[in-house]
Write a protein that binds this ligand. Structure first.
Ligand SMILES: [Zn+2]
Ligand SMILES: [Zn+2]
Length: 196
């Protein structure tokens, strides 16, 4: 599986796709909404203001080109590391050092190809979380925060990732595993609050 930004300057390959992924997940949380607002990409939110991600293991990601196009944003000093591109302002991935989790946004899977074929390969959305922040009424069964279904859809992936050491190496952090490859821009609490 190849992923890319909208203009194609950033490209990466995913090993073992789609064996190693919990599938399509949608997060309606306020921070995911704030992030897309901050980078002026609310066009990527779904009709209930959800962000779709398809996570993979950091160790399964090989950046083919365009690493220098990545910029990093954190909504707070303890926030998730959110990478987007300088070339065409595509949000790419949300991740954290040491976590077996690189949450690639849906748009980077289909920037080079066929959205319908991708949907066929992946099947339906497996779980939706944080519905309390959704706009309007999210699909039936969406919990306010998390539920058992959401836990069960990601826990096997997380446990397998920890057992097999799939958090490292990550192409988004230096060899020490904690220093992001692009200096993060960290929002102040006032900046973060102003985004909703
Ligand atoms: Zn680009
Ligand atoms: Zn979220």
């Amino acid at each position: 599986m190849e992923i890319r930004c909208q203009c194609g300057a950033f490209r990466a390959k995913l090993k073992d796709f789609h064996g190693n992924t919990p599938g399509r997940l949608v997060c309606y949380c306020d921070d995911c909404q704030r992030y897309l607002r901050h980078i002026n990409r609310t066009d990527l939110l779904d009709s209930n203001a959800g962000t779709e991600v398809i996570p993979v293991y950091p160790a399964d990601v090989e950046v083919v080109r365009g690493k220098e196009q990545l910029k990093c944003t954190r909504l707070s000093p303890a926030g998730t590391f959110r990478f987007s591109t300088l070339c065409c302002n595509t949000p790419i991935v949300n991740t954290r050092p040491g976590a077996p989790w690189a949450g690639f946004l849906r748009c980077v899977y289909t920037a080079g190809g066929d959205a319908q074929a991708f949907d066929q390969l992946m099947g339906p959305v497996r779980s939706r979380i944080m519905g309390q922040y959704a706009h309007g009424t999210p699909p039936a069964g969406t919990p306010g925060k998390f539920n058992l279904k959401a836990m069960l859809s990601v826990m096997p992936f997380m446990i397998k990732g920890i057992l097999f050491g799939k958090a490292k190496p990550s192409p988004f952090f230096a060899a020490d595993g904690v220093t992001p490859i692009a200096d993060p821009h960290v929002l102040t609490e006032a900046e973060r609050q102003a985004l909703l």
